[in-house]
Design a protein around this ligand. Structure first.
Ligand code: AOF
Ligand code: ZN
Length: 362
């Protein structure tokens, strides 16, 4: 245990991080941050970044704490901001409220903050310590940190693989995983900002790519289709739901056919290198538009392209006991061939299926 921090500090920061997790996927381009205000061992204020990104966590926690914040300790999962947004900086709000100690998990890499929040607090005579449960916080904030430090969203590759190593069958829609694994897949969609597939997958499966879990329908991510020549069928489910949940076609064309544009399909213009869409640049543009996490769901060729370009941060590998046999489409990776730059982080049993979650072992 780090000497700077007591058992109580660990316990409250852990609670603060759990609290922050509740709004993941709901705070727009802003990370979901948590704040706990603690006085004499008792929580007097709790806050999480609100839906849409404002108010910030500290504002809400201080509002709840009121006068009790004076002399209290504030636990914040990310360094309090130092910039003027809709409201004055959170660092200033903590100073004004009279807290005497601020403990954070991670320094905010946003250029407008980047140590300045901590500096403001120290300047005002507040005791500041950072780095408590840092790895856990960084894991929760990984989409945001990826966007700010690598200029691309965190990329999660999702694959459902049969016992014989297939992800589907040529020309036919087959179900590989069972209902629990499918529900988990929908849960994953609810937690990301974007989801991406190739046009071939749309043609073969006509997917919705929305989150259809009861109560989480509003958390469907922005849907992106790699479609170099903008030939997506206007009859597809994706196109028909474009006004409800955003769909962007990633193409090299200068304009979308009016049949698509007129029904709300958005256009994402990309470069191509040697006839192949330039994935690194696409991800950079996505990050610039505020996207922090992207779920890549198919098909085999798209998965291969992301893996070959070394653009995958995590792999969610669903292993199902079914056999596909004749006409199967081979998965680019199976449990036996996950690249050795990835480490198994977690295994979950979901009915008859097993989910293996891998992260880049950085
Ligand atoms: C905090 N507490 O709860 C969050 C913070 O667009 P704005 O003005 O809301 O600023 C967005 C930036 O605020 C974001 O990039 C990150 O630096 C910080 N997020 N800061 O003090 C919070 N969500
Ligand atoms: Zn703030």
């Amino acid at each position: 245990m780090n000497e700077k921090f007591s058992h109580e500090d660990h316990r409250f920061m852990a609670a603060c991080l759990r609290h922050a997790r509740r709004n993941r996927g709901l705070t727009g381009t802003n990370p979901s941050v948590g704040t706990l205000i603690v006085r004499e061992g008792r929580v007097v204020g709790r806050g999480i970044t609100a839906q849409g990104g404002r108010p910030h966590a500290e504002t809400l926690a201080l509002r709840q704490a009121g006068e009790a914040a004076r002399g209290a300790t504030a636990y914040v999962s990310l360094e309090p901001c130092a910039h003027h947004g809709v409201t004055p900086p959170c660092a200033q709000a903590l100073i004004d409220a009279g807290v005497s100690r601020v403990i954070t998990a991670w320094i905010d890499p946003d250029a407008r903050v980047d140590g300045q929040g901590h500096a403001m607090l120290i300047e005002a005579g507040i005791k500041v310590e950072t780095g408590l449960l840092a790895q856990m916080a960084a894991r929760d904030l990984r989409g945001y940190l990826n966007r700010k430090t690598k200029n691309r969203p965190q990329v999660i590759l999702k694959l459902a693989v049969s016992r014989d190593g297939m992800i589907g069958r040529q020309g036919e829609e087959v179900s590989i995983t069972g209902p629990l694994a499918r529900a988990y897949g929908h849960r994953m969609r609810a937690e990301v900002d974007g989801i991406l597939v190739g046009r071939g997958t749309v043609q073969a499966d006509d997917p919705d790519l929305t989150c259809r879990l009861s109560g989480l329908e509003q958390r469907s991510p922005h849907r992106f289709i790699l479609d170099t020549n903008a030939t997506l069928s206007t009859e597809s489910r994706l196109v028909n739901s474009a006004l409800r949940v955003p769909v962007s076609l990633i193409t090299t064309k200068s304009a979308l056919p009016s049949s698509l544009a007129s029904v709300g399909v958005r256009h994402f213009i990309a470069e191509a290198h040697d006839g192949t869409l330039a994935l690194p640049e696409i991800l950079e543009d996505m990050a610039a538009s505020g996207l922090s996490s992207l779920l890549v769901e198919g098909g085999a060729q798209v998965a291969c392209s992301f893996l070959e370009a070394n653009l995958v941060d995590e792999i969610a590998l669903f292993r199902a006991p079914v056999e596909i046999g004749q006409g199967g489409i081979a998965s680019p990776i199976t449990s036996d061939s996950v690249p050795d730059t990835f480490a198994l982080a977690r295994t979950l049993q979901l009915g008859d299926d097993t989910l293996e979650l891998y992260s880049q072992a950085s």
